[in-house]
Write a new protein. Structure first.
Ligand code: CU
Length: 172
């Protein structure tokens, strides 16, 4: 046992050199394999999804969208689940005025769910409920199938009205 332990450092040094040259060999080997046709590794790439769809937003907490009228900004404070996923989702939203101040008394004339490639939305109309901290809880967001979903908020605050759309790829 003791003899093995004493000899180990020198052995591992020489093995280090050996493994470096071995990894070079493996690297050139795997490159050759990737270039070879019919390896089968690319079979799943034929599935059409929205993972790389340029219309889709990348979810992040506090992501924001300036409304089309540039009057209100819609902040997706958080999503549950995060990132948005298939079936039931609940979002926490904040609405800001043009100066960036939160608007706790906004009203939502429409919250629309839509799959642009399928021509339909979710069966239930989402509702926004005001919270004490000035945010709004938005539910139900029943994103019930895979694909690109657009969620459009139209809100009023005083004389100002604006709308913005969040787009997410559900299911890849
Ligand atoms: Cu659909």
């Amino acid at each position: 046992m003791a003899r093995i332990a004493i000899g180990a450092p020198r052995a591992s040094l020489s093995w280090y050199g050996a493994s470096v040259s071995l990894s070079f060999l493996l690297a050139s080997c795997s490159s050759a394999n990737e270039a070879a046709p019919g390896s089968g590794s690319g079979a799943s790439s034929t599935v059409i999804g929205c993972a790389n769809d340029p219309r889709a937003d990348t979810y992040g907490a506090n992501m924001s969208k300036v409304g089309s009228a540039k009057a209100l900004t819609f902040v997706l404070v958080s999503a549950s689940p995060a990132p948005p996923a298939i079936n039931d989702n609940t979002w926490t939203l904040k609405v800001l005025d043009a100066s960036g101040n939160p608007l706790p008394n906004a009203t939502f004339s429409a919250i629309k769910t839509w799959m642009p490639d399928h021509g339909h939305g979710a069966p239930e109309t989402p509702m926004a409920t005001a919270n004490a901290d000035g945010t709004y809880t938005v539910q139900p967001l029943d994103l019930f199938m895979n694909g690109l979903w657009q969620i459009t908020f139209t809100a009023q605050a005083g004389a100002v009205s604006d709308s913005a759309t969040f787009s997410f790829c559900i299911g890849g």
